[in-house]
Design a protein around this ligand. Structure first.
Ligand SMILES: C[S@@+](CC[C@H](N)C(=O)[O-])C[C@H]1O[C@@H](n2cnc3c(N)ncnc32)[C@H](O)[C@@H]1O
Length: 295
């Protein structure tokens, strides 16, 4: 599947764009809860992956930590695939004072999550991760939203089921048949076709939506199998899943692991369906990179 950088580079006003930006505070409120329930330890590292313009993550999270009068993080890591959004995130970190406050320890990774090789040294006791994605049950609503925003997302749609086909230790994602349509003709019939296109003898991990004219990609996840995959990667972590918001649109996965040595907290976030926006072929590898970043 093609790179989606081209699509994200066209989103020049991420936070002003109702299609891409969400004001649902559900995910952030889950992050704040995690921050608040770990009052005794300093949050040393904040690692935010797929930040877009950076205003939600990491900036809102850093603001929240600061408002509580806590010691500020000593290191902030930010990533995105899009150079234009990334430049905005860098400028926002400067303008919101965070580059002055954190200094040289703001680390930028421009590029695809699955291609990140740098090892970040971690010496903290608590490793926390929050991954926010979209729920399979929201797909129908999402298609209607895409129809209204076809000028941004594109009109030439493809939707295929993604099955989890794990054998022993291997997590393998397999594509089903693709349904192709023009979003301007979206109808109940198309939605039924998508629904019926699932092979019931297989394990549906997600539905993948992509457009061939604008190169947008999104996945809508089956929470149970997502949890199984995350379990298979984040071995030794406690995993909790929360749903909420806007017709059950959001799934928030919280991962936590306590190490025997060190102190403080490493907090990694990847919110608002960043994982969903990653192509199917790099889904598993991207999760493995996220694990290596905090583990
Ligand atoms: C819906 S936005 C979410 C932005 C932000 N995390 C938020 O909470 O609003 C998805 C972001 O993921 C980025 N993205 C997509 N694929 C990526 C990849 N493979 N690696 C890193 N970032 C990616 C996009 O450029 C975009 O900024």
């Amino acid at each position: 599947m093609e790179d989606t950088k081209e699509f994200w580079n066209t989103i020049l006003d991420y936070s002003g764009n109702a299609m891409t930006y969400t004001e649902a505070d559900f995910e952030l409120s889950q992050v704040y809860k995690c921050v608040d329930s770990n009052q005794d330890e300093q949050i040393k590292d904040v690692i935010s992956m797929g930040v877009a313009d950076g205003l939600r993550e990491p900036i809102s999270i850093l603001d929240h930590i600061e408002k509580q009068g806590r010691v500020l993080p000593s290191r902030v890591v930010v990533n995105d695939i899009s150079d234009t959004l990334f430049d905005q995130a860098k400028a926002n970190l400067v303008n919101h004072g965070w580059v002055d406050k954190i200094g040289n320890e703001v680390i930028y990774f421009l590029g695809k999550i699955d291609e990140i090789k740098t090892e970040i040294v971690k010496e903290t006791k608590v490793r926390l991760g929050i991954i926010g994605v979209y729920n399979l049950g929201y797909l129908k609503n999402a298609l209607h939203l895409y129809q209204k925003n076809a000028n941004i997302i594109g009109t030439k749609f493809n939707v295929y089921p993604v099955y989890l086909n794990n054998d022993e230790d291997n997590l393998i994602l397999e594509h089903g048949e693709t349904i192709t349509f023009d979003i301007t003709n979206l109808s109940d019939n198309i939605i039924n076709q998508i629904h019926n296109n699932v092979d019931q003898s297989k394990r549906l991990y997600a539905q993948c939506v992509y457009t061939t004219d604008k190169h947008f990609v999104s996945h809508y996840f089956n929470d149970g199998l997502l949890k199984e995959v995350i379990h298979g990667i984040f071995i030794g972590y406690d995993i909790d899943i929360y749903h909420e918001g806007d017709n059950g649109r959001y799934i928030v996965v919280k991962l936590q692991c306590t190490k025997e040595t060190g102190n403080g907290i490493t907090l990694m976030t990847s919110l608002n369906n960043v994982l969903g926006n990653i192509t199917t072929d790099t889904q598993i590898k991207s999760l493995r990179v996220l694990k290596n970043l905090i583990d």
